[in-house]
Design a binder for this molecule. Structure first.
Ligand code: PEP
Ligand code: MN
Length: 371
């Protein structure tokens, strides 16, 4: 199902001159000098179209640096005048919107701690009604695609057409190498649901550390994202927020020079032929997979019949444990990642249970899950 929204494709946005549409600047505006010096250095990098800096900072814990407030908007206005770069900042309530509009900010972004809250997003949307400005909606902190789409729809309802999404990763309780889990399938599904919406990846907030910025940026380009938002600071170690993930403008330039940009569509007829043939083979294997799954479910149903006749519970934990251990080991010998095996077999197991439930309940289908 697609979501019908009137969004302008990235190529028609002011300042877009090919992938990646680049937004760069410090996590936070700290001083007038830091903002201007960073902006001057960034304006010399041809890929940079928009300068970012947070003025109002949503910090996880109190007593951290919470931004310089409205004062910083003057510095952004000066950046625009002196460097010609467009400027953007984060807004988290209607007052922020009115202040940013007063200072001629070109683009606003709605942060991950705001897009999670429909009341606040609606308040921002009301403040933006009828205004012609670029707006980016970051994904909510939780991996909830509907909530992300809902926030985008609310902003679209204000008449904003230069509307984009920022993928900045998702919070998890477990510690992983990245600060926020990318869960790439969510932005990919967002692209399927809203095909025209520009999607910008924010490797800084996904990684939380400089060392992973390149691999995440490259992956986003390989997935055909439209742009990147990267935090850059003239003196990252001394940054008042997100020090570990910011790059000097020089290091940003170096990262960009290493990015490999592949074309989303092939035009060489010989290559198209080869791809066409390989895709046909993939289609054949997909059909095989479906046939095999169908057969597997039939057997599960027969087992269900026996369980029913002999009054045995559907879930047999030891048997399931045996299966998952076996397929994980086997999968590894075939070069299949344990993460994928785990997801696929859990889904297959759940489907088998559903089929057996039907048998147990005399073929009456179980209640459909409500949203
Ligand atoms: C930011 O861009 O500095 C920021 C606070 O981002 P997020 O909302 O993604 O955490
Ligand atoms: Mn930040």
């Amino acid at each position: 199902m697609g979501t019908e929204l009137n969004t302008t494709p990235a190529k028609d946005w002011k300042g877009y001159n090919g992938r990646p549409f680049l937004i760069a600047g410090p996590c936070s505006a700290e001083t007038e000098e830091q903002v201007m010096e960073t902006a001057k250095q960034l304006s010399e990098i041809k890929e940079v179209s928009i300068f970012r800096a947070g003025i109002w900072k949503p910090r996880t814990r109190p007593n951290s640096f919470e931004g310089v407030g409205t004062e910083g908007l003057k510095w952004l206005r000066d950046v625009k005048r002196e460097t010609g770069l467009m400027v953007c900042t984060e807004v988290a309530n209607e007052k922020h919107v009115y202040e940013a509009l007063k200072y001629g900010i070109d683009m606003l972004w709605i942060g991950a701690r705001t897009s999670v809250n429909p009341f606040t997003v609606q308040e921002i949307s009301d403040a933006l009604n009828g205004v012609d400005i670029m707006v980016l909606v970051k994904n909510p902190v939780s991996p909830d695609l509907e909530l992300w789409i809902g926030a985008i729809e609310r902003i679209a309802k204000a008449g904003i057409t230069r509307l984009g999404a920022v993928h900045r990763g998702f919070s998890t309780f477990e510690k992983t190498i990245y600060r926020n889990q990318p869960n790439w399938q969510l932005p990919i599904e967002l692209r399927r649901r809203i095909p025209d919406i520009p999607i910008i990846c924010d490797p800084s907030h996904i990684s939380g550390a400089r060392e992973y910025l390149y691999e995440i940026s490259q992956k986003a380009m390989d997935l055909n994202f439209d742009g990147l938002m990267l935090e850059s600071h003239i003196n990252p170690e001394k940054a008042l927020s997100d020090a570990a993930q910011q790059l000097t403008p020089n290091d940003l330039k170096e990262l960009l020079s290493r990015l490999i940009l592949r074309s989303p569509v092939a035009s060489d007829p010989k290559l198209l032929d080869i791809l066409g043939e390989l895709r046909q083979q993939i289609d054949v294997f997909d059909d095989h997979l479906l046939d095999i799954l169908e057969k597997r479910m039939k057997i599960a149903e027969t087992i269900g019949q026996y369980k029913k006749e002999n009054n045995i519970t559907i879930l047999q934990t030891t048997r399931w444990d045996e299966i998952i251990k076996k397929v994980l080991v086997k999968g590894q010998t075939k070069g299949l990642s344990p993460e994928m095996i785990d997801i696929i077999f859990k889904a297959i197991h759940q489907e088998s249970i559903n089929h057996q439930m039907k048998i147990m309940n005399n073929g009456i289908s179980t209640r459909k899950k409500k949203n």
